[in-house]
Ligand binder design. Structure first.
Ligand code: DAH
Length: 335
């Protein structure tokens, strides 16, 4: 039996383990519940006592050595796995692609920022609205071509529910819920049944503006848009107002700014005229105020509407409207 113990001692001493499984095998054999050493201790009870003197210490040595060795083997394996890692920390990192704010959103934020500094608040309205808010209350005559199927996406007919064709519907909603003084801008998406091309799309974005109060005059309209234009396009920017027509404003004017590319001398962007159009505007027609329960003998107002795509295209000299909705990363990452 002493021979057997000595054999096991040398087996323990020379044991090596390269894997967790090998450590586990060692544990099961020498330390686990049914290990070989326990068997020897059982046998030990029945050996003659003169042999016990030598055998006892040898058995204890075997037991202690086996426990020590187990610790050693598992420590060695653990430290090996953390020091030999397959991560090379000296390699340059890989970065995910960073997104950016869409140019339309950037222009919208800039427009809001400029008007907020002029004391405007931001109002919101629905993209699906009824005929009254989108057309009738805005003084569109019954037979106005804009109401016809080719321009408007109808959701339901009789009563007419439609995708708004402009953000002016929010003017009506706002004047119905809030009485003057009103000083608001209303950004949002609008829809028109247009053939998609570089110059036209079936959806685009506008910012509507509305100011209603006592003694609001055309001078206030001009001043507001003058300051906006300087902030948006640069200090040297001049504006001019061209007479125009909108059913909901009287008088109406188209707002042009001096071309910020050529400074007014004529270029491709301004089609050699020195001026580019940025908005429609006018004094709110008294009929519109009255349609919303606002006394037109006491209050007056001005309104304007500008296309966010148009302003973005001018600012960044983009010549195709479709780029804004194609989600081509090569285009978007330039902003
Ligand atoms: N709603 C007009 C359009 O979509 C733009 C517009 C013109 C808005 C004049 C106004 C305005 O508020 O006063 O073309």
């Amino acid at each position: 039996m002493l021979e057997k113990v000595k054999e096991l001692i040398s087996e323990v001493e020379s044991a090596v383990a390269k894997t967790d499984q090998e450590v586990e095998n060692f544990r099961l054999k020498f330390v686990g519940r049914n290990n070989v050493i326990n068997d020897l201790f059982d046998e030990f009870k029945s050996v003659p006592s003169e042999q016990k003197r030598e055998l006892g210490p040898a058995l204890n040595k075997l037991k202690n050595q086996a426990q020590e060795k187990l610790k050693e083997l598992s420590n060695a394996l653990n430290s090996q796995s953390s020091s030999v890692s397959d991560v090379d920390v000296t390699l340059p990192g890989t970065f995910g692609k960073e997104g950016s704010v869409h140019p339309i959103s950037q222009t919208k934020s800039r427009i809001i920022e400029i008007f907020e500094r002029q004391g405007f608040n931001v109002e919101d309205g629905p993209e699906i609205d009824n005929d009254w808010n989108n057309f009738t209350a805005l003084n569109f005559p019954e037979n106005h071509p804009a109401r016809e199927m080719q321009d408007t996406y109808f959701v339901e007919k009789n009563p007419d529910i439609l995708l708004r064709t402009h953000t002016s519907n929010v003017q009506i909603r706002l004047m119905n819920k809030k009485k003057p003084p009103i000083r608001s801008i209303m950004p949002g998406r609008v829809y028109r049944n247009e053939a998609i091309s570089a110059r036209a799309h079936c959806f685009f974005h506008q910012v509507e503006g509305l100011v209603v109060g006592e003694n609001i005059s055309f001078k206030d309209l001009k001043n507001t848009l003058y300051h906006f234009s300087k902030e948006m396009f640069g200090k040297e920017t001049k504006i001019r107002l061209r007479p125009s027509y909108f059913p909901f404003t009287e008088p109406s004017a188209e707002i042009d700014i001096s071309c910020f590319i050529c400074g007014g001398s004529g270029c491709k962007i301004c089609k050699q005229t020195g001026w580019v159009e940025i908005a429609g505007s006018g004094m709110v027609d008294p009929n519109v105020l009255e349609n919303c329960g606002i006394d037109s003998t006491k209050y007056s107002g001005f309104a304007f509407g500008m296309g966010i795509e148009r302003i973005t295209m001018l600012k960044y000299q983009i010549d195709d409207l479709r780029l804004f909705s194609e989600n081509d990363i090569r285009f978007l990452k330039q902003f």
